[in-house]
Design a protein. Structure first.
Length: 267
């Protein structure tokens, strides 16, 4: 299976005080390795809701990236919610604590200081969790049951996600052959392409079709782009063997339905 899920946690994203930079990154990162983003959730910093959604996510059994809420302030609930979702206690991870000791000393905080004791809370993970190294500031994230928990900061989370893929999933990179073809269709409504979609999916097992209508637009030079449909097919694994034949039929049927085809996206 080459699908991964993504959970993005933070009131600041849902309320608009921060712009999400995770979705596009994770989609592109996975795609560059022949992997796919299967589902995305945006969740607030609400403890009870996090427990409920994480419990469901753990039961799904899919690799999942989780960003946000693993700090040490009272509004950070992700570590605790993950532990409760798994019916596990929080336990201080000795290696994570050692890394935080080093961070505090570098910042001039004594190991018996209030600042260091507060910082050490970030070494409390669900019991049995493993570390995910943080190359930015050495304060680790954690992983458990194929869920990988990162800080909300993209500068930290994104390199950590790359490390997770390289460390645990390199054997899945480009392991499944995939094919996608698409064309821009002008001059016919979406209702005229629906029969083509049904025919292709019924005739070619495993091949999926898609139709994305556009209302058109006006280019910067004043040229008008009329309404069009981006029509395409996707195939994975064994279904790829029939993709070329299916695509030939798609093009023939779209023309027969009255469509004018353009093989590249309108500028």
């Amino acid at each position: 299976m080459n699908y991964f899920n993504l959970i993005i946690i933070g009131d600041e994203i849902l309320h608009g005080s921060r712009i999400d930079k995770h979705f596009a990154f994770f989609k592109d990162l996975l795609g560059s390795h022949g992997l796919k983003l299967g589902q995305v959730q945006y969740l607030p910093d609400d403890y009870d809701l996090l427990v409920k959604q994480l419990r469901r996510s753990f039961s799904d059994g899919l690799p999942t990236f989780v960003t946000g809420g693993i700090g040490a302030t009272p509004d950070d609930h992700t570590r605790q919610a993950a532990a409760e979702a798994l019916d596990l206690p929080l336990a201080r991870h000795p290696e994570a604590a050692k890394l935080i000791d080093e961070v505090s000393l570098k910042r001039g905080d004594a190991l018996d200081s209030a600042a260091h004791r507060q910082r050490l809370l970030m070494a409390d993970f669900p019991q049995g969790a493993d570390l995910v190294p943080n190359s930015y500031n050495s304060i680790a994230g954690f992983s458990i049951r194929e869920h990988y928990f990162f800080p909300g900061f993209p500068v930290m989370a994104h390199p950590m996600a790359e490390w997770v893929l390289d460390t645990y999933y390199a054997d899945r990179f480009h392991a499944v052959e995939s094919v996608q073809h698409s064309v821009w269709v002008y001059g016919i409504p979406e209702s005229h392409v629906a029969p083509v979609m049904r025919y292709i999916e019924e005739t070619y097992h495993g091949i999926r079709t898609f139709s994305l209508p556009s209302v058109g637009r006006i280019k910067e030079n004043g040229e008008k782009i009329p309404p069009y449909i981006e029509f395409g097919i996707k195939a994975e694994g064994e279904a790829c063997a029939n993709a070329a034949n299916a695509w030939e039929e798609v093009l023939d049927q779209l023309v027969a339905a009255g469509g004018r085809l353009e093989m590249h996206a309108p500028e």
